[in-house]
Design a binder for this molecule. Structure first.
Ligand SMILES: [Zn+2]
Length: 338
């Protein structure tokens, strides 16, 4: 059997040849017409990019420059989903990304998931890619979710990768930038996946002791257990315009409460109005804005007291002596920038 993979789709050449042969034998008069129809259908599937239309306004985006550059609709501003690696490529300096995503997948999901086109196209084993990189020549740890893999859900392996990101960033004294696109915890892994909420929250709290900034970029969608755990604990919360943000989606919230929610109740704009976000940043400005925040977050640190002083003071005194509180820094400087 000969399988050819083109643009993420698999084509069984052997089956196609046998089908052509069968058609030629049984219906020789119509063979030419059938062959033309098959070739037309096949070549159409080989060029899906020529039929790109905006999911919101329906306009043709094949020649749209903004879409080709950043996957944004030139007409209505709709943000198309991006893969984890495309996110990292858009943010990080060229050829600076070094991946350390854990290789194993802890619990195997049902085999039917492997057959889904989005999962096959992603070529990712898990819904997260983590590693170190540089953004405008500033070293960071980057963690990017890939929504095509099981809806960006947080499995045991994803939780482990996120916890290792926090630990590595704390150990190396690096800021952490997380790009979130997730539907929540992975229900197929049950309680094990649910426990990743607690695990990542503890990792985020441990990372706070390193006094390095944690920047989260909430993209469409950021919901469920990921938003309810480490994502909302970031020091700086940014979001893309129009992103769906919330613990439960608007449909589930309406069913659960029996209330009719106002339009746009679960959007980034609504979250910003209600103080749940620091800023909404357009995708094309994201790299520049994060670079500015990282530069601000790396001021010359006050000299650390020597260890005998540390050993002789209380915990409260020590925290005041070592460095100014990150919360104070956030209130005084970030508010001016954003
Ligand atoms: Zn559009």
């Amino acid at each position: 059997m000969v399988i050819v993979r083109v643009s993420g789709r698999c084509y069984n050449i052997t089956a196609m040849v046998s089908l052509f042969t069968e058609v030629k034998k049984t219906r020789p008069a119509r063979f030419f017409g059938e062959a033309v129809a098959w070739i037309t259908r096949w070549t159409t599937r080989l060029r899906p990019s020529q039929a790109v239309r905006c999911r919101r306004c329906g306009r043709d985006l094949f020649h749209a420059p903004k879409y080709r550059q950043a996957r944004i609709c030139d007409f209505c501003g709709y943000n198309f989903p991006l893969s984890a690696r495309a996110r990292i490529q858009a943010l990080a300096d060229s050829a600076t990304f070094v991946e350390f995503t854990p290789a194993r997948r802890a619990i195997r999901p049902p085999r039917t998931f492997y057959l889904r086109p989005g999962y096959r196209a992603s070529r990712q084993r898990e819904a997260i890619v983590v590693g170190t990189a540089q953004i405008a020549q500033q070293a960071v740890v980057i963690a990017a979710f890939d929504f095509r893999v099981f809806g960006g859900s947080m499995s045991v392996a994803v939780g482990e990768a996120m916890a290792r990101s926090f630990e590595h960033a704390a150990r190396q004294q690096l800021p952490l930038v997380a790009i979130i696109a997730s539907g929540g915890v992975r229900i197929q892994e049950g309680l094990s996946a649910l426990l990743q909420m607690a695990k990542t929250v503890v990792a985020a709290q441990e990372f706070q002791r390193a006094h390095r900034p944690f920047i989260a970029v909430l993209t469409n969608p950021t919901t469920g257990g990921v938003y309810a755990s480490f994502a909302s604990l970031a020091d700086i919360l940014l979001a893309e315009p129009g992103a769906l943000i919330g613990f439960a989606g608007p449909r589930i919230a309406q069913v659960a409460t029996g209330l009719t929610l106002p339009a746009g109740s679960h959007t980034a704009e609504s979250a910003l109005q209600n103080g749940m976000l620091d800023a909404i940043v357009p995708r094309e400005e994201l790299r520049e804005r994060i670079a500015k925040l990282l530069a601000l977050a790396s001021p010359p640190s006050p000299s650390l007291p020597s260890s005998p002083i540390l050993s002789n003071c209380t915990a409260t005194d020590c925290s005041a002596m070592i460095r100014p509180s990150w919360v104070d820094w956030h209130d005084s400087r970030i508010s001016r920038l954003l």
